[in-house]
Design a protein around this ligand. Structure first.
Ligand code: UT7
Length: 355
């Protein structure tokens, strides 16, 4: 249905939400099962702790409460949502798509729904896809969820990746509005030449019966690190140039939380003050598609984002994929004060995580 006649011609974020597991796993806990130290992890990555779901939980157990919170923040009826996108590499099942489970649970009965796989860049990709559907007039509201439960795909024999990841999901409602421009510039990219640098090989080439290690995360971290500190400043510069905005005019920069040293390097290279770089990797670790929407919802919840603030988000990761989204914040609504954790499912999980 195309209802361009309403002359709604801009797209903005009208609500955000997030959900994280209650179970906290500290570096010190990992010291007891891996040949690693808190000092190595903190110095090389900035991570102090991460959150893991209960073994019986799946992505939708985080994605659904995150989505509900974003809808409450946006103040819309879920039936107004025309499109649900779930960006993830760790869906509940190979099929059907987790987005369809989310749409059903939240009561977005009429929505089209699909999963989008762009690894750690997935949420930024999802926002751009949703933005295009809204700009074309196809829908008035879209829900984009980004999240992963990588705790289930960790190779506990590989200390170089095992310490890096956590679980979490965030969500945003995107809405078509009149004149209150939210999206200022976007950029997406991918390069399959780097497809072997980060992977979870299981799939049709390596089916579930294949060797157990192929079910887990593989990463050539140092090569990814070098690529990221070159690529991320470039894509941010590109969206800033498109919108004719200087780095110093950004109020918040939300990078994919893969390594604090990458965030510091980008801030130095672009001359962006450190206090404008949003950081939660110390508490959340790398939640892949979850890092950007969780960080966004956290700073909104903390009251750090004012109407008119300029926010730049940049994702990068497996594929290789990358994306930058430059936004102007237009949402004046208060953040819902409800608890984000899905308590009934999470509280029984304490001490049950198996490594
Ligand atoms: O989310 C998708 C995008 N991902 C990224 O952007 C990740 C980018 N890469 C990185 O963040 C970093 O490369 C890592 C954090 C993954 C690794 O840091 P690094 O400084 O590049 O370390 P490295 O892999 O070069 O390893 C340095 C040393 C090695 O020992 P030797 O060979 O120098 O004796 C490793 O065996 O650190 C050792 N090491 C560890 N030591 C203690 C690796 N992992 C650990 C560990 N604890 N957990």
């Amino acid at each position: 249905m195309n209802d361009r006649s309403k002359s709604l011609d801009e797209v903005t974020i009208s609500g955000v939400g997030y959900a994280i597991p209650e179970r906290i796993v500290t570096n010190h806990e990992l010291e007891t099962i891996l040949d690693t130290t808190d000092q190595w992890i903190v110095e090389r990555t900035g991570i102090r702790e991460r959150r893991f779901v209960h073994p019986g939980m799946a992505l939708s157990d985080l994605a659904i409460p995150a989505a509900r919170q974003a809808i409450e923040h946006a103040g819309i009826d879920p039936r107004q949502i025309g499109l649900v996108i779930c960006a993830t590499s760790t869906p509940d099942m190979a099929m059907p798509a987790t987005a369809i489970l989310i749409a059903h649970a939240i009561g977005a009965d009429r929505a089209a729904a699909f999963d989008l796989e762009a690894a750690c860049t997935g949420f930024a990709y999802g926002m751009v896809v949703a933005q295009q559907f809204l700009m074309s007039g196809t829908y008035s509201h879209a829900l984009v969820v980004g999240g992963d439960v990588l705790s289930k795909f960790i190779n506990w024999k590989d200390r170089s990746t095992a310490v890096l990841f956590g679980d979490g999901a965030g969500a945003a409602v995107l809405s078509r509005v009149t004149g209150d421009r939210g999206f200022l510039a976007v950029r997406l990219g991918a390069d399959g030449a780097g497809s072997e640098l980060i992977s979870i090989p299981i799939g049709s080439r390596y089916p579930p019966s294949a060797e157990k290690e192929l079910h887990t995360i593989h990463m050539r971290g140092r090569e990814v690190y070098k690529w990221a500190i070159d690529m991320v400043p470039r894509i941010i510069s590109e969206v800033l140039a498109l919108a004719k905005i200087a780095p110093a005019d950004l109020d918040h920069v939300i990078l994919h939380q893969a390594n604090l040293r990458i965030i510091d390097a980008v801030s130095k290279r672009l001359g962006i003050a450190q206090e404008r770089m949003v950081i939660n990797i110390d508490r959340m670790a790398n939640t892949s598609a979850g890092t950007i929407p969780v960080a966004l919802a956290e700073i909104v919840k903390q009251g750090r984002v004012k109407v008119g603030d300029r926010i730049c988000m940049a994702g990068f990761g497996a594929g290789l994929t990358w994306a930058a989204v430059l936004l102007r914040w237009t949402c004046a609504k208060p953040f819902p004060q409800q608890q984000c954790q899905n308590k009934s499912l999470v509280s029984t999980a304490l001490a049950e995580t198996s490594y």
